[in-house]
Design a protein around this ligand. Structure first.
Ligand SMILES: Cc1cc2nc3c(=O)[nH]c(=O)nc-3n(C[C@H](O)[C@H](O)[C@H](O)COP(=O)(O)OP(=O)(O)OC[C@H]3O[C@@H](n4cnc5c(N)ncnc54)[C@H](O)[C@@H]3O)c2cc1C
Length: 488
């Protein structure tokens, strides 16, 4: 299939995705650029769903060095210390950026920024807005600022493929046509929608990551998928699950089994709590979050957004127990990038959740992803500005033949079962037997196969990756893969 060429945009940098990372990249652009996404309202973004807020060392007595230390500890030996230092040092400036863009961050009674504490942070360092609606408030304000910029051209469309020649990007197919360009920033989010239980938008299924891999980009540490311990169980398990933020446990809510007994330390790291719940669910037990008597007042006053989600499911968190289960929440792995967001495919940058910068390692520290999306979006935009000025090679003028891929995905339950919190060689092999034969044609199967293949080749328990059959640790190492590394 050939498709028509969008010559109006020829040679312009194209940014894919209108979540936090994409919008921050777009705000940096000096000249005309295209912002391409299916929607410009926050719909389909994880950014707008963020509840807790953004981590940054701005409290008296806190420091970027302490933030970096906590990040490295959570990352279980696989963070890149240089990028951890750079991003945590950029945290206070990122808070200034939010304020400059008009985001009404919450303040305390003295007019100072209010700061939450979250699990595994050694200081109160999470800035937030709108109670538990941080992402929504942040994104709406940034969208408004981006809409004022005349150099940003909004193209409501989806990415359908990259065209590369000799290891260099030459253009991309979208549902609106082919755009010849040698500069693209991919900010298309994670892949939670591959799983049956996820807190992410179901449209985030790793399709764009697979397209980048098809064009030659390298992926890194794909096996590291973070499960949030407490997603609300609803009768309809096919939809996205509502998240019940860690802040609820921080505020005093406890986990109980169906007989009322507590079974774990609710404030242990996210992966530890998730595994404790998963083990109970596997035994056929039901797990509840009990927020009926929080020390600082009723649940609904402290968590209005979560209360609304519970009410939609027919539950009153002030008086009732909330059934919970872990759900896929964040992808630490992704497209391998350098400090400026460059992937291994020349002309393609990546930022936000689709990228693997080295900040999170084997496990993300809570609220570090909005920070990463904000600053890495900016850095990618700045680097594209500089690179775009140097362009001297000519652009292609006719749309090349487009390879056709499929994106149907009937394996959400299998993904949950075999590539979930507790993994075994047998389960991974069974899963790969089904997906590898599809992965050349089917983009969801390709991303899922990368995750499965990397999980199979990491026979250890590290961070969010837990092989039940091989607990012995291996020396810290990354797993980098290209399309040709899979046995397709
Ligand atoms: C429920 C929930 C709560 C969270 N809470 C927090 C929190 O409190 N703090 C924190 O730091 N992190 C939190 N996270 C994680 C954080 O929100 C995300 O990691 C981050 O927002 C990702 O931003 P992004 O810009 O990379 O992607 P997204 O915000 O997901 O945006 C992706 C964009 O790409 C577009 N896109 C996708 N596919 C295509 C395509 N084919 N063509 C064109 N466009 C496409 C999407 O439509 C969207 O516009 C939370 C995540 C979830 C799911």
């Amino acid at each position: 299939m050939q498709g028509h060429i969008l010559s109006r945009y020829a040679g312009w940098p194209v940014i894919i995705g209108a979540g936090l990372a994409g919008l921050m990249a777009a705000l940096e652009m000096d000249g005309p650029c295209v912002l391409l996404a299916p929607s410009f309202t926050g719909e389909g973004t994880s950014s707008t769903l963020a509840q807790g807020g953004m981590a940054a060392a701005v409290a008296p007595g806190d420091s970027p060095a302490s933030h970096a230390e906590d990040t490295l500890k959570a990352g279980a030996g696989l963070c890149d210390p240089a990028i951890v230092q750079r991003i945590t040092e950029a945290g206070p400036q990122a808070v200034e950026t939010l304020l400059r863009l008009g985001v009404p961050l919450a303040r305390d009674e003295n007019g100072q920024l209010a700061l939450h504490l979250e699990a595994a942070h050694s200081h109160n360092r999470i800035v937030f807005a709108g109670g538990d609606r941080s992402g929504q408030v942040i994104l709406q304000h940034i969208l408004q600022q981006a809409q004022k910029k005349e150099n940003i051209h909004w193209l409501q469309a989806t990415l359908e493929g990259f065209h590369a020649h000799n290891g260099t990007l030459q253009g991309l197919w979208s549902s609106a046509g082919f755009i010849p360009t040698q500069h693209c920033i991919l900010a298309s989010g994670g892949c939670g929608g591959l799983y049956q239980h996820t807190t992410s938008p179901l449209s985030n299924r790793g399709v764009t990551l697979a397209l980048a891999a098809q064009a030659g980009a390298t992926v890194r540490d794909m096996e590291f998928t973070q499960f949030h311990p407490t997603a609300l169980v609803t009768p309809d398990q096919t939809n996205r699950l509502s998240l019940i933020s860690e802040a609820v446990r921080g505020a005093g809510a406890v986990l109980r089994l169906d007989d009322g007994h507590r079974f774990t330390n609710e404030l242990a790291p996210r992966d530890v709590v998730s595994r404790a719940i998963a083990a109970q669910l596997r035994e056929g037990r039901t797990v509840f979050l009990d927020g009926r008597s929080l020390p600082d007042g009723p649940f609904s006053a402290r968590f209005p957004g979560i209360t609304q989600a519970c009410q939609k499911a027919g539950l009153d968190p002030n008086t009732q127990l909330l059934p919970v289960q872990p759900a896929m929440h964040y992808h630490m792995g992704g497209l391998k990038v350098d400090q400026t967001g460059r992937t291994t495919l020349k002309g393609l940058w990546a930022c936000g959740e689709v990228a693997c910068t080295g900040l999170h390692g084997a496990n993300r520290l809570a609220s570090n992803s909005l920070l990463e999306a904000l600053v890495c979006g900016q850095w990618a935009g700045q680097d594209v500005n500089a690179a775009h000025q140097d362009t001297s090679t000519s652009l292609i003028t006719t749309a090349p033949e487009r390879p056709t891929f499929t994106t149907d995905w009937p394996f959400r339950a299998e993904m949950q079962q075999h590539l979930g919190i507790l993994r075994t060689r047998k389960g991974l092999e069974e899963f790969l037997d089904r997906t590898l034969p599809l992965a050349r044609q089917n983009l969801c199967a390709l991303t899922a196969s990368f995750i499965g293949w990397a999980a199979l080749h990491r026979p250890e328990q590290r961070g969010a990756h837990w092989r039940e059959d091989t607990p012995a640790p291996q020396p810290p190492h990354h797993i980098d893969m290209r399309l040709t590394d899979l046995p397709l």
